[in-house]
Design a protein. Structure first.
Length: 112
């Protein structure tokens, strides 16, 4: 695929915490992705690529969320009601090209 076409592809990043119980992992990822769809939905665009990453804990997730907001990345946070309203995942709006740079050092989620 030509480079110009690739840079227009949209990517939604979802980041969760490694310190939550594994059965809740997928649910938190889905909650954040759905929240981002409501917050940033682009009805006229194509289905974005999904990039799922993880950080160690709530403190790192909160720091990442604040850093992204400071850099102008549109993102939303998911606080799980069943976990004491703690921050469990964040998701970005669809990002393209250089908009993705602030997320380039994140580690992709690994299977257990």
């Amino acid at each position: 695929m030509p480079k110009a076409a690739t840079s227009k592809a949209a990517y939604v990043y979802v980041v969760t915490r490694l310190d939550i119980p594994h059965p809740h992992f997928s649910v938190q990822i889905a909650h954040a992705a759905i929240a981002a769809t409501f917050a940033f939905g682009e009805p006229d665009s194509t289905h974005p690529n999904l990039v799922v990453c993880a950080v160690a804990n709530e403190q790192e997730l909160d720091a990442l969320f604040n850093r992204l907001k400071e850099k102008g990345v549109r993102c939303c946070a998911w606080h799980e009601e069943d976990m004491g309203k703690k921050l469990t995942a964040i998701a970005t709006a669809p990002l393209r090209g250089d908009e993705r740079k602030p997320l380039k050092r994140l580690k992709l989620i690994q299977a257990p």
